[in-house]
Design a protein around this ligand. Structure first.
Ligand code: GAR
Length: 191
């Protein structure tokens, strides 16, 4: 069984999707710990609901990005983590984290990479007028939203869509492809 850590900053709907896939037996893994950086993030409630320990690493308490990542690596080692799952972790990662878990950190991004990198991906695709966007699971690399792609889902943008409609449609797909990508990647590592 692959031991996962989930890093999140927000609502945690992807955490929930992954936890449910584990409960359903679709994903042979265990989430050992959730790390979150926003004290009020709803992801904490979701972790509690699934009985997963959640540890707050408030980035405001650290003096550099590297110091934050060192604290995170400490926790990841403590919990014997095999795979690190970024699920809406809205912080730039340093070499410290990547070197400690080379090729062992996955991320989900709400666009069809390499289009619309960065933190405003959905809004940018919407405003640009693209007719198809989507979501991407990729291996984390130092350069933001640029690592090797593992899975993507395409999502249409309809003329009647609001930004919120589009956000919801993308998240539906995220919740399908992320657990599936984790399962496949974990499997590939044990071969
Ligand atoms: C997800 O849509 C994810 O793709 C996005 O944050 C959301 C988190 O939702 N990530 C990024 O924008 C990364 N730049 P969640 O907290 O409900 O899982």
């Amino acid at each position: 069984v692959t031991t996962l850590a989930v890093l999140a900053s927000g609502s945690g709907s992807n955490l929930e999707a992954i936890a449910k896939a584990i409960e359903n037996g679709q994903l042979l893994a265990k989430i050992a710990v959730v790390i979150y950086n926003e004290p009020e993030a709803y992801v904490k409630q979701r972790a509690d609901k699934f009985g997963i320990p959640a540890i707050l690493i408030n980035h405001r308490d650290y003096k550099s990005r590297a110091a934050i990542d060192l604290a995170i690596v400490d926790i990841l080692k403590q919990y014997h983590i095999d795979l690190v799952i970024m699920a809406g972790w809205m912080r730039i990662v340093t070499q410290v984290l990547i070197d400690a878990f080379p090729e062992r950190i996955l991320n989900i991004h709400p666009s069809l990479l390499p289009s619309f990198k960065g933190i405003h991906a959905i809004e940018q695709a919407f405003n640009y007028g693209v007719k198809i966007t989507g979501c991407t699971v990729h291996i984390l690399s130092l350069e933001v939203d640029s690592g090797k792609i593992l899975k993507q889902a395409a999502v249409p943008i309809l003329a009647s869509d609001t930004l919120v409609d589009l956000q919801k449609r993308i998240q539906v797909q995220e919740h399908i492809i992320y657990p599936a990508a984790i399962a496949e990647y974990a499997q590939s590592l044990t071969k």
